[in-house]
Design a protein. Sequence first.
Length: 507
Amino acid sequence: MSTASAARVVIDLDVPGPAISRHLYGHFAEHLGRCIYGGFYVGEDSDLPNEGGIRLDVVEALRALDIPNLRWPGGCFADEYHWKDGIGPKADRPSMINTHWGNVEESNHFGTHEFMALCELLGADAYVNGNVGSGTVQEMSEWVEYLTRDGDSPMVRQRKANGRDEPWKVPFWGIGNEAWGCGGNQRAEAYADLARRYATFCRDHGDNKLYRIAAGASNDDLAWTEALMKAVSCLGCGRTPRNIFQAVSIHYYTVAGTWDSKGSATEFDAEDYYRTIIKAQDIERVIRGHKAVMDAYDPDRAIGLVLDEWGTWWDVEPGTNPGFLYQQNAMRDALVASLHFDVFHRHADRLTMANIAQTVNVLQAMLLTDDDGGLVRTPTYHVFEMNKGHQDAVSVPVHVVERPAPYELDGKTMELLSVSASVKDGQALISVSNLDPVAPLDVVLDLRGGEIRNPAGRLLTASKPQDHNTPSDPQAVAPAPLRVEPEPRGLRVTLPPHSFATISSAL
């Protein structure tokens, strides 16, 4: 192991910043591979413990994360999904072909009622993504009515006939997905007009107020965001945007290689590691760019920015269906997640929601399952669990006044330290990542504006960044206690290479 580097971080515990919405810790479940079938849903006839076909060990594991919201049914699948095919008796539901993901048959046995039952079991808000690509305005409007209207109407009567008398609460509604690509290969201005139209007919029924999310840009396509903002506001006019949709989304994946050759989740060298972290850190530049565009049209920040797909994307595991996007999840993935959350906390003044892709068995998953009852918590799962105290907390300023020299590769730089902090209910929570894959890091936390009492630390690391959890070794990467030492002005921790830590303390 290399000689330890040193860092000093000043944290102003008594200077409140923007609130960190719990919805920045949201999740995503698409009809893709084994995310729904074999992941969340095994059917009522399964030998595995289930409630209405929903796998209960998955629910139990995810409840420990305090999942705030779950996005469904896609993704690209959303724009070929017709919701009426997924209600009523399962024997009467027509099947379809999932042309986006694996070209396999979709039974429609997991539909609207099953999804809402899942959200209730998880204690999560529903984020339903409607079909703009191949659907109609009427179809989407009727889905909102079916889900959220009380009293009497055609859709209410149909819902009651299918066994649900009371309406559900559905706070979040997506107006299509990736309209620039799989959602219709549309031009930004053409989609912006559609977003206005569809959002208009997605009604607020009773006391259910929809947070309508327009399908936004890929990566740093700022022109797409500008087209959406122009559709509801004007440049420099100082006017409050028209209240047609309440947020715009962006998608950003950490792809270290190329789309044709993304690399392995577990077999990579040092340069692959550095390229991955550099790519992940670029999310801050991307968010800053979209914020700047939105600020020009909406200086009071009435419209939210939603990152409803993010995470690592690797080549699928050998021998698996390439359309199922099943990948392992290593310590490197955990660090991608930890530094993303630090960025989210810094931009919580505009960023209102984020959804990792995806929750079970797909891309950067929380859980990996098998049909025999096996369930593995991934390193990324542990980052979400360790960080959950930031949900609905108030961010506080973090100033890195001493740091190790950045690493440089191919003309790009990588910071070796990532930090964020928050306070809530008389507790402080500090998240620190040592991104250096070879050297430990001594970190002095210079804590100002609050008296620290009973600090405690937790550490997530592994012998190497490639380490991951498997059914035969489910604790290869798991949290452990971290020694926290007092300093004259705060605390000191020593982080091993490629590690993530949280330090909590009463104030």
